[in-house]
Structure formats: structure tokens, C-alpha cells
Design a protein around this ligand. Structure first.
Ligand code: HEM
Length: 445
């Protein structure tokens, strides 16, 4: 069956549209104390939130997205049979899924930054822009939508920014690989990847598994919506640098070990295309830096280790447990906190990391599968029971990381935990018309 056209004018920009480069972002969490005020807010947000249409217009460089948690839908007074029709992970909330996600010990919800993961998180607003003045203007528009109501309170704010050269706090260029989506008009970044069915990312369309995937009810509420997994991830940058220093033979080897862990050099250049040395020109060339597959010339991981971060989370055409195409997601990460100065090996105690938003139509088989199986399941790769994702896997200092090499495989030991979960939530990104639907008191009778 051919897929129906995507209704881009009704889908929030935060679902499909690539972010501008560079950009700043602010996340704001709202609590709804009075249902009537919350519904009024939905109507006002309808006029503030941008759609996915006209992705190329200059005005599209600034936008606000609005999403609701399950507690948020309840606080609005959405009817029980409708609430019931949403997906199980969403209804349970991210904190309740902690065990599956590997959020234990210092990453456990009992240590999360408040109010993250609590039933106070009702609405998450995300404002994105290329520069601070435009971001402030977008925030002012969003504030005007909620500030006058006694029944809606802003309870958390996180300012984020892109670090120089679009690096994430460990120092790697980020925001490179994005899936191609049928009918979106937005090209993917890997010319060798066949576009994915739109239903993988937008509710109400055929996906890779079914022509009629589950849709939250009633249809005007669910259609053209999506789910998003928000995560605040603290990065131990000093520990990462110390580990490289302690486990590499010299400065050049440090960069090689770092690249083997990530699957890309810090410039973004993929090991798949330049395995022996970094090529910064390739790293910054969006036409070439994601144009590769693994299977035909690197099935065993001599260039890009099977357990490296990018190969675990998207094995592309290579053999892996799981069907890669049904576990893809739209991924938006934005740095928070100041960078650790170059060369500094001591921890300065400052909080820094990434605010992540993983967007997709199926939380369980996309974000949750990748997090629990490909990132944290040890037995997954080559039957090696002590390997997890070397960048963002749960680690206790006893794990290993294998780097295929001739004549002898290189093995790193004592992998520390470099990333700690500070909190997160599952939200529903309603369509623009669903925001209007949520604002209409008649739909709650
Ligand atoms: C603080 C933790 C993390 C850091 C520092 C990090 C960093 C990176 C970097 C530098 C890239 C390569 C650049 C790019 O393709 O945009 C990347 C790719 C990716 N990451 Fe992460 N990441 C983290 C956590 C996660 C998590 C938790 C997931 C999923 C649950 C994830 C999923 C992905 C995916 C799907 C890709 C694209 C792979 C590809 O298509 O080649 N990452 N990450």
C-alpha cells in the first residue's frame, strides 16, 4: 500500500524538522493545577507552536514545541478511555521504566533532579533558535501563553546551547546522522539508506511493520502526533579524559581509542571511511560524513568496532540481533553546562551533559529497545558478556571493550560509567489540530 501524504502543516516542527545550525534551546516544564487553565493553555500554544511545513523558510529557524506527559493529559481531564488508548511506556512514565532502561544506582529515579520523573511534570515546552535574541522572542511568545494563568506554573527550566563546532561535551561532533523519512521532504543524511515509513515517527500512518499501527484515541487527538523521550544525561568529561590517558600509549593513541569507542573521530569523520587517521574535512562535510554502510567491507569491525557507540545504536546493514529499520529514532541532543576547558583532567564539579529528545511513534521498540538491548545488553555482541556501550552504557568499572585488530584483538578493561541519568520523561507531541482539540471543553464531556 502506498503511504498517504504526510500532513506537514499539522505536525509539530519539533517532530520532523532538522534543527538549524548552530542553535540554542531552552526547555521549560509546566505544571497544570487547574484543568480549565490547562485547556486554555493548549489553545494558546496552538498559536505559538510551529508546524513541519515550510522547513526551508528562514522563519523556520525559530520555533516552539509543546508536549504533554501522561500526568499532563490527566491534569487536563482527558477521558479515561482515551487515556487508556496511549502506549504502555507513556502511561507508566519514564521513572517507572527505570529498571528496563538501566537507570539504577546513581542514575536511579530516587536521585533524579526534581521535578524530573515526578507526576508534577505535565507540559514540556522546547524553544529552539539560531541565536539568543530570537530564542528570547520565542520564549516570550510561549510565556505569554502560560504566564497569566493562576492554574499553570513553570516549575523547571534548562538552558542549552551548541558547543563550538557542534561538539558534545566529550568533544565529538554531534547531530550528524538522521534517518530519511518518506514523504517528509527532508532528506536523510545517509544516501545509502532507504527512507523509513512515516509511521515510524508520526502516528496515524503506515509504519515498517503494519499499515495500521496503534493510534491513541480519539483520532483527532492521536493523528499526526508523536512520542518523545526526554533525558537529561550528565557527562563525566574528566573521567572520560582520564580513562583515555590511562589506557592509551600516547596522545595519538588516545584519539584512536576515543574514535574506536565512538565509531567516529572527534571531528565527526567516520572510522568506516577513514580508519587510520582523522580527516576533519570529511568530518565537517555533510554530503560525505554519513555516507557509509558496514557490512560489505567491515563485517567484523576492524574499522568500526561492533561495540562502538554508533554501530551499536544503528548497525546499518550489518548483521545484528534485531531488525535495524524498526529501531530507528529522530535524535536531538543539546549540550547544557559550560565545556570543561581543553586539556583539563580534573573534575571541576560543574554539571554538564546533554539534554536529549528521542522522537518516534513507538517508545517501546525504538528508544527503549535501543537503550536496553543495544546499549546495555552485554550478551548481545559476539557473546561477550562484559561489553556494553563504551560511551553511554551502564557500567560499574568491571566491563571491557573489544577493539578488533590484527594480529591480536585489543581489549580495554575496567570501563567506568561516563554518563549518569539526571532525569527524564515520556511525552506525547500532539498535532497542531490536537492542541485545538485539547482546548475545547466539549471534548471532555
Ligand atoms: C551522553 C550520552 C551520549 C553521547 C555523548 C552521544 C554521542 C553521540 C555522537 C557524538 C554521535 C555521532 C554523531 C551523530 O551521528 O550525530 C551519536 C550518534 C548516535 N547516538 Fe548517541 N550519544 C549519547 C547517548 C545516546 C543514547 C542514550 C542513545 C539512544 C538511546 C543514542 C543514540 C544515538 C544514535 C541513534 C546515533 C546515530 C547513529 C548513526 O546513525 O550512525 N545516543 N551519539
Amino acid at each position: 500500500m502506498s503511504s498517504p501524504d504526510l500532513e506537514l502543516h499539522d505536525i509539530q516542527s519539533g517532530v520532523l524538522r532538522p534543527r538549524p545550525t548552530p542553535f540554542q534551546a531552552t526547555y521549560i516544564i509546566l505544571r497544570i493545577d487547574e484543568a480549565a487553565a490547562g485547556r486554555e493553555l493548549m489553545g494558546r500554544l496552538r498559536n505559538v507552536v510551529a508546524s513541519s511545513a515550510h522547513a526551508e523558510s528562514p522563519a523556520s529557524d525559530t520555533w516552539v514545541s509543546a508536549s504533554l506527559s501522561y500526568s499532563g493529559l490527566k491534569a487536563l481531564g482527558v477521558r479515561a478511555e482515551s487515556l487508556e488508548s496511549f502506549s504502555t511506556p507513556f502511561k507508566q512514565g519514564m521513572a517507572a521504566r527505570a529498571k528496563l532502561l538501566g537507570d539504577a544506582g546513581e542514575s536511579g529515579p530516587e536521585h533524579w533532579e526534581q521535578p524530573l520523573g515526578s507526576n508534577q511534570v505535565h507540559v514540556v515546552l522546547t524553544a529552539i533558535s539560531t541565536d539568543q535574541p530570537q530564542l528570547e522572542a520565542a520564549l516570550a511568545r510561549a510565556r505569554a501563553a502560560y504566564e497569566q494563568f493562576a492554574g499553570v506554573t513553570a516549575i523547571w527550566r534548562q538552558d542549552c546551547h551548541v558547543l563550538p563546532d557542534e561538539r558534545e561535551p566529550f568533544g565529538f561532533k554531534d547531530g550528524i546522522s538522521h534517518p530519511a523519512i518518506e514523504g517528509s521532504g527532508i532528506p536523510g543524511t545517509n544516501p545509502h539508506e532507504r527512507p523509513l515509513k512515516a509511521g515510524e515517527f508520526v502516528l496515524g500512518y503506515p509504519d515498517e511493520m503494519s499499515d495500521t499501527p496503534a493510534l491513541p484515541q480519539p483520532e483527532p487527538l492521536g493523528r499526526n502526533g508523536s512520542y518523545v523521550a526526554f533525558r537529561k544525561l550528565h557527562q563525566r568529561v574528566a573521567a572520560f579524559r582520564q580513562y583515555l590517558r590511562a589506557n592509551a600509549s600516547d596522545a595519538g593513541d588516545e584519539e584512536l581509542v576515543a574514535a574506536k569507542m565512538m565509531g567516529r573521530w572527534r571531528s565527526g569523520a567516520p572510522l568506516a571511511l577513514c580508519p587510520a587517521a582523522d580527516d576533519p574535512g570529511l568530518g565537517s562535510d555533510a554530503q560525505r560524513n554519513n555516507a557509509f554502510l558496514f557490512k560489505s567491507d567491515d563485517a567484523l569491525g576492524y574499522k568500526t568496532p561492533l561495540g562502538s557507540h554508533i554501530r551499536r545504536v544503528n548497525a546499518r546493514d550489518a548483521e545484528v540481533a534485531g531488525v535495524v529499520r524498526i529501531h530507528r529514532m529522530i535524535r536531538r541532543g543539546t549540550a547544557y553546562g559550560p565545556p570543561l576547558p581543553n586539556g583539563q583532567l580534573d573534575d571541576d564539579g560543574v554539571d554538564r551533559g546533554l539534554m536529549f529528545a528521542f522522537v518516534g511513534a513507538n517508545l517501546a521498540r525504538q528508544f527503549e529497545f535501543v537503550q536496553s538491548e543495544w546499549i546495555n545488553d552485554s550478551a548481545f555482541f559476539a557473546g561477550d558478556s562484559t561489553e556494553r556501550d563504551p560511551i553511554t552504557g551502564t557500567a560499574d568499572g568491571s566491563g571491557t571493550f573489544g577493539i578488533p585488530k590484527r594480529p591480536l584483538r585489543r581489549q580495554l578493561h575496567g570501563m567506568p560509567r561516563f554518563v549518569v541519568t539526571r532525569g527524564g520523561e515520556y511525552c506525547f507531541l500532539p498535532s497542531l489540530s490536537a492542541l485545538s482539540w485539547l482546548s475545547d471543553p466539549a471534548n471532555y464531556l
